[in-house]
Design a binder for this molecule. Sequence first.
Ligand code: PLP
Length: 232
Amino acid sequence: MTMPDAANASADTRAAHHLAAVHARIDAAARDAGRTAGSVTLIAISKTQAAQAIQPLLDAGQRHFGENRVQEAAAKWPALREHHPDLCLHMVGQLQSNKAGDAVALFDVIHSLDRPSLLTALARAMDAHNRRLPCFVQVNLAKETQKGGCSPAQLPALLDAARRSDIPIAGLMTVPPAECEPAPWFALLAKIADDHGLTGLSMGMSGDFPTAVRIGATHVRVGTALFGARVA
Ligand SMILES: *Cc1c(COP(=O)(O)O)cnc(C)c1O
């Protein structure tokens, strides 16, 4: 057993400090909106972060993490999971249908279900692995071509198909357009979810998670506010 060196100790302190600060902002926003503390799940988005950067958050009790690439997650998380079997891994990035099997084996929740072909591939993979992963349907509210997500018009058919394939739908997910006020987009997602009787809302990132919580987010996806700027 060696003494932790000063650099590691300060990285630990910083991560735990950021985590506490983000939790405090979530709790304050939830209180503002008359919501109970604990009604929001903080997902630490650890894409591009090495295991050494993730470990201090695990030590501080954080258990929900998100990644946006299957391959990167496969390289990092099985080893971390061995020591933390209770952690919950969320896939938040665009998912190719040919990676559905790997994704179902590796992740616990999918936030990027957005088209019938992916739904079919996920249903098949869930049958093969004999586990049903809760999925958020990603909605591309502003119909931005570079982003994943179904259009609001495509959503009802996708929800019907999920029901027929016995895929549990946790709710809706969105990434609003950059450079614009996010609140109206969050409110629109909340309204669409409500219209479909869905309660889960995966919305809000480092720049706007308090706003998302005030509008009803149940899952916020926060990267840089916890880990600092991404290098890659
Ligand atoms: C990277 C990413 C996040 C986190 O973004 P930050 O601005 O670093 O908090 C959230 N959601 C998705 C889908 C992402 O790809």
